[in-house]
Write a protein that binds this ligand. Structure first.
Ligand SMILES: Nc1ncnc2c1ncn2[C@@H]1O[C@H](COP(=O)(O)OP(=O)(O)O)[C@@H](O)[C@H]1O
Ligand SMILES: O=C(O)C1=C[C@@H](OP(=O)(O)O)[C@@H](O)[C@H](O)C1
Length: 513
């Protein structure tokens, strides 16, 4: 889309802004999303109408508030949901064009092009189930992109695997009475309405889907007589308000720190973590008991290789060697004296679910409900068919040590499972970030590390591509959400992933776990 002539100085200022870069310990540059320069600094134009005025002194030039949505959304996708005929395609397209830097996509249109048939023809030839499968595939291919406005088919939200994918963007529900919709689409060929009483069918479907639709981030109620432009205006305004009400956690923390006269650059330190969860930290670091038989009432000796893993006997050490070998190697290559960072990673298995849950309570109730649940469920997956994926929040750091909080979940190779885990992790990021921000104002170095921990042993060749695909998809989504991704840790699967050029292209370095 060509930029509209309404682009004024406000926007030029945004385009010119340079993000500050910091050379981190890994030795490459990364953008600091919390720096003043990187912040587009665009406010809600409905609360500050002067933003809508041209700064060229020409009163006839007005800035479209939709244009100011783009910098505020920073790549985050918009998904329009609602009943057929609610206006998702018409309004979504208009909103995207007005935003200027977003593209519009319609899942039905993509499906029709891919199938070489119209939607009614697909229903006719293949049936609804086949249509739903294809629809989910379309969403799969679409949702990894950024800067898009997507109009979804009316029934798409009903599948959990689809719904969770929408959570990586903002979901806008166009709420229109069935009677109003009926007037719009009466006589069209929408397959689900080919019944004796289409209005009744529409009402019934609306009732069935209502609960899901109403979970949208933004609900836009549409009265009869509102034009497409009116609806688009209402959506834009509701989105600006939503962004106001849900600022990034770091922004809140920064403002709070400034208001309290706090030094915002104060570093995280391990006392913070230790004070909160001494017991757990001790379990991880001291790792009471034998790493193999887990017997606690024994004296142990550390593995001389990594100086981390502990065994009560040579027999236990030998029995554990096959499992421990890759970790041992990674620990040794990481540093002569394994840092807390490495120990925490390697010590992950020492944590019981109960301890994990207790720890996570500080961060996210959701974690307990969902990550642990998903984690448990995922244990049913055969080992070679799954990979652990986690997010790590650096919550304490000094020169030698890094203390981190990791939320992890295993995901299988089926799409439903992956979508579930992605959605849960994203929710966890939000809640974790929020909770941490409340406890401690983030400084420049607070960051999220996606962590991928392939199962012990080599990942079989034909799964490597898949693993890399998941990782890349996830990283792209994190970046679209403004989350700093500067490196990832790969546990035992490091050797098979570290050379992947696609990861290197994304400036991702792998750290041994
Ligand atoms: N606010 C509106 N007022 C009147 N007609 C509308 C409005 N929004 C959409 N329409 C019309 O309703 C029909 C269905 O809209 P569409 O965008 O295709 O809905 P969906 O994508 O949700 O199925 C189209 O003919 C469209 O022009
Ligand atoms: O509500 C539904 O189940 C459907 C809505 C349609 O999309 P629109 O909502 O874009 O019309 C289309 O995907 C298909 O006919 C099924």
């Amino acid at each position: 889309f060509a930029p509209s002539p309404h682009t004024t100085v406000t926007l030029r200022r945004i385009q010119q802004s340079h993000s500050s870069t910091i050379l981190n310990a890994g030795g490459f540059e990364w953008e600091d999303p919390t720096s003043d320069e990187a912040d587009p600094g665009v406010e809600n134009p409905f609360k500050n109408p002067s933003l809508l005025k041209s700064t060229d002194g020409d009163d006839s030039l007005k800035v479209d508030p939709a244009r100011l949505l783009s910098p505020r959304l920073r790549g985050c996708n918009l998904y329009f949901i609602g009943m057929m005929g609610s206006g998702k395609s018409t309004v979504g397209d208009l909103v995207a064009r007005r935003m200027g830097t977003y593209n519009f996509l319609d899942t039905d249109t993509i499906l029709e092009r891919a199938a070489g048939m119209s939607i009614p023809e697909v229903f006719e030839a293949e049936g609804e189930e086949a249509f739903r499968v294809a629809e989910a595939q379309v969403l799969d291919s679409v949702h990894a992109h950024v800067r898009i406005v997507v109009s979804t088919g009316g029934g798409l939200v009903m599948r959990n695997q689809n719904w969770s994918k929408l959570q990586t963007g903002l979901v806008v529900y166009l709420k229109v009475d069935p009677e109003v919709i009926m007037k719009r689409i009466e006589g069209t060929d929408r397959p689900l309405l080919q019944t004796d009483n289409p209005l009744e069918t529409l009402q019934k479907l609306t009732e069935e889907r209502k609960e899901r639709y109403e979970q949208a981030d933004v609900t836009v109620e549409i009265e009869e007589g509102m034009s497409v432009e009116d609806v688009a205006d209402k959506c834009v305004r509701a989105l600006h308000d939503f962004i106001d009400d849900n600022p990034p956690a770091w922004k809140q923390a920064k403002a709070k720190a400034a208001a309290d006269g706090l030094d915002w650059t104060c570093p995280f330190n391990k006392d913070f973590y230790a004070a909160r969860s001494k017991e757990i930290l001790e379990t991880i670091i001291e790792g009471k008991g034998c790493s193999h038989c887990h017997n606690k009432d024994v004296t142990t000796k550390r593995c001389t290789g990594c100086k981390f893993e502990k065994y009560c006997s040579v027999d236990c050490q030998k029995a554990d060697w096959k499992k421990h070998k890759p970790t041992c190697k990674a620990l040794r290559s990481a540093t002569k004296e394994p840092s807390l960072f490495c120990r925490l990673l390697a010590g992950w298995d020492l944590m019981s679910d109960e301890a994990l849950v207790k720890e996570m309570e500080h961060y996210s109730d959701l974690f307990i409900e969902e990550v642990v649940r998903v984690g448990r469920r995922s244990r049913l997956f055969p080992q070679e068919n799954s990979i652990n994926m986690g997010l790590t929040v650096i919550c304490a750091e000094d020169d030698n040590n890094t203390v981190r909080l990791t939320a992890t979940a295993r995901f299988g190779t089926d799409d439903e499972m992956t979508a579930d885990v992605h959605a849960v992790l994203f929710k966890t990021i939000d809640q974790g970030e929020e909770a941490i921000a409340k406890l401690y104002p983030p400084d420049d170095r607070m960051m999220m590390f996606p962590m991928f921990d392939p199962p012990p042993g080599e990942i079989v060749d034909d799964k490597k591509g898949l693993v890399v695909k998941y990782i890349i998809e996830f990283i792209d989504k994190l970046k679209a959400r403004d989350i700093q991704v500067m490196s990832m840790t790969c546990g035992r699967g490091l050797p098979c992933l570290v050379d992947n050029s696609e990861l290197r292209d994304r400036s991702i370095i792998c750290m041994p776990g």
